[in-house]
Design a protein around this ligand. Structure first.
Ligand code: SME
Length: 159
């Protein structure tokens, strides 16, 4: 078992430490399920105030749930549907302060209040999305977005 304890004073440093821990964790491993599983566990352990961290994979043009931490989630999401589906269809990060105000939001866990979804793209191909939910409204700042995009870049290379 790896014991990463990331306790940084500020958000930017925390994401920098998280990114280097993630790079170390996936280095030299080409199995995408293993990398998604460890990445979900690392992010879950590190980020405060989150209730779901995980992946939806692009399986033939449909999002299918992958490794995650949190409550059991909906299995299949169509491109364009919900926050994850919009991130997949537009290939743009979705940072949603209030999921209840997001048209078409899919409530897998009624405790979720805000959410960030990062599309994972390699060589022009959408591999899937990284999805992080929080029980707090407006949990994810612009700094969180920058940090999560960095995590997505590391992950896209190894999934
Ligand atoms: N809320 C997401 C669905 C996935 S769960 O949050 C794990 C959405 O609207 O796409």
């Amino acid at each position: 078992m790896y014991d990463f304890k990331i306790t940084a004073a500020d958000t930017a440093t925390m994401y920098r430490d998280l990114a280097s821990a993630l790079e170390g964790l996936v280095a030299g491993e080409s199995d995408s399920v293993a990398n998604m599983a460890n990445a979900a566990a690392l992010i879950w352990e590190t980020l405060p105030d989150v209730n779901w961290v995980g992946f939806y994979r692009n399986v033939g043009g449909e999002l299918v749930v992958g490794p995650f931490q949190g409550r059991p989630a909906c299995v299949r999401i169509a491109f364009g549907s919900g926050v994850c589906g919009v991130a997949a269809a537009t290939r743009k990060v979705q940072r949603v302060d209030d999921v209840n105000a997001f048209d078409g939001h899919i409530a897998c866990d009624s405790a979720s209040a805000s959410e960030i979804v990062v599309p994972l793209i390699r060589d022009g191909e959408l591999i899937g999305v990284l999805d992080i939910d929080s029980p707090n409204n407006g949990r994810f700042s612009e700094e969180d977005e920058v940090g999560c995009v960095r995590l997505g870049e590391i992950l896209a290379r190894v999934l």
